[in-house]
Structure formats: C-alpha cells, structure tokens
Ligand binder design. Structure first.
Ligand code: EPZ
Length: 423
C-alpha cells in the first residue's frame, strides 16, 4: 500500500503545469459511447479514475488505448465497420470503485435502448443517491427498475422533455444531457449544474454533431439529432488541481505559478485565497500565488458552481489551520465531508465541527505525524498540511490521492518540497 512521506518547512517556489481535468475526462469518456466513431481525448490525466473508466468502457465492448507518441492522449475505439456490439451492462466490481461510472447509463440508454449499471454505493463523503439522474431519464421516457443491485433503464426510444432537478447535480445534468442528444425533439433542463465540466461536455457533444445550448447556465436546451460522429478534444485543465497547487504555495509561504489553465474557471477559489491575504496574479493561461505571510482567517461556504467548490474545502481548511485568527467553513454540498478534520487535528490543528460547519482557529505551527487518507480531496488537504508541518508526515492509503492527481509528489518536488513515495 503506497504512502507519501513529506518533511515540512520548505517554501514552494516555481512553476508547474496543471494536468487535464479528471472529472471532465470521465464524462467525456462516457460521451464516446454515443457514437460509432472513434473519439480522441488529449491532455488526459493518468489517474486511477481514468483507468477505472477505461475498464468500464472495455467491459461494455468499447476498448481504448493511450497513443504511442503521447502518454496523455487516449484513443477510444469506434465500433468499426463490423459494428462491434456494445454490451450495455457496467459491472458491480468496477462501478463500486467509482461513482462516476453511473455516467454511462444515459449514453447506453440512448444508444442501445437499455443500460444496466450497478447502483453506485455511497462513499466516505456521503450517501450520494442517484434519484435525480433517474428522474431525468424517466422524463425522457425510460422505464427504470432495480434488479439485484443493478439500475436498469430501458426505452424503445427517448422523447425530449422538460427536466427540473430538485437539487443541482453535476453528473445528473451530464447524464441527462448526454441521453437527450439522441432523443426525439427538445429537452429543457432546469436547475442544471453550471460547473465547467458541464460546459466542456456540451462543447464536445456539439463538436460531435449534437445541438446543446445554454451549458454553463442553469437552463440547458438540447434538440435531439439522429446520430453523433467522432471528434478530438484537448481536455481543459483540472481547476481543482490548480487550486490545490496554489494552496501548496500559500501554506508554505512561497510563490507558485500554475500554467495551462483558464483562470476564469476558478474565480471563487482565487477570490477566497485573496481574502486570506494572498497575492494572486492572473495571466491569460496561468495563475501565480504569493503567500502574504501566514494569511488571516476567513468565512467560507461551499456551493455549486460558481460558488466556492466543495472539492477545495479540505485544501482551504489546511491553509486556514495556520492562518492568523479564526475561520469557519460550511460544507453545504455533501453531508459528511469533514473526514480530514480528525487527521488535521492529529497534526496539531485546532478545529471543531458543529454540524455542517467547521470552526478553525489558526495555530502557530503543525507537527508532522502519520495520518490516514479517507477520500480524494481530504488526502490532498493532509498533504498540504504536511508540507508546512514541523518534521515528517506520512500520508497512508495514497491510492485515494492517485484517483485524481497525476504524480502529485513529482509536481510538489519540482516546486521544492521534500517529499517521496514509498511502495
Ligand atoms: C461531481 O460529483 C464531482 N465528481 C465531485 O467531485 C464533486 O464534488 C461534485 O460533482 C460536486 O461538485 C465527478 O464529476 C466525477 P453532485 P456528483 O451530483 O455529480 C446530491 C472529486 O473529488 N445528489 O453534484 O456525483 C449528492 O448527494 C469528486 O473529484 C442527490 O441527492 O455530485 C450531493 O449531496 C468528489 N441526488 C449533491 O447532490 C442525485 O441524483 C451534489 O452532488 C445526485 C446528487
């Protein structure tokens, strides 16, 4: 079981390029099911979740492979002139590893008239039901039944409809949007998620011949078409990895530039970091943070885009653990996303949780210790704390980090961190 050992105290300085977005990539890989043609995605991060989605596509009968001359280019096979069949069932042992597998349901339903995906369990951060996904697909005409732990959606054909989500859901919006591209007539999605990963998916679907309008707003319209064709696409930078690397610069009192990103994708994150006193410079495709001393406490509330992202909550908490003064962080998206708190306390942080709000009082220093990663972003928060803690911090169960960050220890080492991985 890999672990990462970091010796804190080094100021991080320099420039690093962000990888492509893990979450956007997963949706785009699911979208490849909507066409018989080949789809090529570039700037794909080499992370565990992408490997899992490759296994799921392969289990559905859609192989993919990395380009020989570009380790970040993924070629997802078309069905060839023999019309290789798609097997419309995503197996339990893969789906249980990654909730985002549920994103294949909409495309399978639209292409094959049937999709069977194991019900994704909850995970460390919450129950995470899929009721809104199913509400949307039913509105398009799908019959949904639960069959021995599998969600089965069937429809002879899909009819455009009005879908009004009760709760803003990123993957729910993406699932319904993908299915609607091949439905007959117009679909309107109200209370749609506005995340950049929704906008990027719509951009690629339209490049494949779909007719999606309004992505990025809470009202999306899709006029169904008969079929979609292949495309090539450069995946946009991972806005959460960018925020994480900037937070690493801040917590170590350094100065870090992250390149390859459209800064507008992470406005709320940059605004919150500025509020702590950090200096933030924005260029066309890069962001530079200069720590303003220890920084001072702030009030943060996570919210769906364009609000402060829940996926940056643990990382901000690590920074605030060493800021001057007190902070509050309220987690409104997931009901159980404070698993990093007890581990940060083990490093000497002064944090108490009251329901959905964490109260953080800045301390003079953190001290290194062995800690346990519980979920992807909590692990990132612990790593950040270790970069600033006195002595050595060992982050165990690093596979959580590898789900969403490509070789994070190499990126941090290039910035001056004393960090290594042990198998
Ligand atoms: C996406 O998850 C991301 N994952 C998550 O990133 C991210 O935290 C989340 O959006 C919020 O931004 C991927 O894109 C693969 P939601 P998603 O549906 O779509 C509830 C990471 O660290 N809900 O927007 O699954 C749900 O329980 C991961 O990279 C329902 O009640 O999140 C949650 O409380 C973690 N019913 C809220 O909505 C549903 O049918 C928002 O979840 C669907 C969701």
């Amino acid at each position: 079981m890999d672990r990462i050992i970091v010796r804190g105290g080094n100021r991080l300085e320099g420039s690093v390029r962000a990888s492509g977005s893990k979450n956007a990539t997963l949706a785009l890989m699911a979208a490849a099911l909507l066409t018989d043609d080949e789809v090529v995605l570039r700037n794909v991060p080499r992370v565990r979740d992408v490997a899992t989605m490759r296994q799921i596509l392969a289990a559905l009968g859609v192989p993919s492979d990395w380009e020989p001359d570009d380790e970040h280019a993924l070629r997802i096979a078309g069905r060839g002139d023999r019309g290789r069949p798609i097997h419309p069932e995503a197996p339990y042992d893969l789906v249980r590893q990654m909730r985002a597998s549920f994103l294949v349901l909409g495309p399978l339903l639209a292409r094959c008239g049937i999709g069977r995906v194991s019900e994704p369990g909850g995970c460390a951060i919450g129950v995470r039901p899929v009721d809104q996904h199913l509400k949307g697909l039913e509105a398009l005409g799908a019959k949904i039944r639960l069959d021995h732990g599998y969600v089965e959606a069937t429809a002879s054909h899909l009819e455009g409809a009005r879908v009004n989500f009760d709760i803003t859901t990123v993957n729910g919006t993406q699932n319904v949007m993908m299915a609607a591209t091949l439905a007959r007539g117009r679909t309107e999605i109200e209370n749609a998620a506005r995340e950049p990963e929704v906008t990027e998916l719509a951009t690629v679907l339209n490049a494949m011949g779909a007719d999606v309008r309004g992505a990025g707003s809470d009202h999306i319209e899709i006029d169904g078409v008969a079929s979609l064709h292949g495309t090539e696409h450069d995946v946009w930078a991972d806005r959460i990895e960018v925020g994480t690397l900037l937070a690493a610069g801040m917590i170590t009192g350094g100065s870090v530039s992250v390149t390859g990103v459209a800064p507008a994708l992470l406005d709320a994150t940059l605004e919150k970091l500025r509020e702590t006193g950090a200096g933030i410079d924005v260029q066309a495709d890069a962001v530079t943070v200069r720590a303003g001393g220890r920084g001072h406490g702030v009030k943060a509330v996570t919210a769906p885009y364009p609000g402060f992202p829940t996926d940056m909550q643990a990382q901000l908490m690590a920074v605030l653990a060493l800021a001057d003064g007190s902070s509050t962080i309220t987690e409104t998206v997931f009901e159980h996303r404070f698993m990093h708190v007890p581990e940060l306390v083990r490093l000497g942080a002064d944090i108490t949780v009251d329901g959905r709000t964490a109260h953080v009082r800045g301390v003079g220093a953190l001290s290194g210790a062995p800690v346990m990663a519980t979920d992807l972003r909590a692990s990132a928060g612990l790593l950040l704390a270790g970069l600033a803690a006195d002595g050595e911090t060992v982050v165990n169960r690093v596979y959580h980090i590898d789900r969403g960050y490509e070789r994070i220890e190499e990126k941090l080492r290039r910035l001056g961190a004393d960090i290594r991985r042990e198998g």
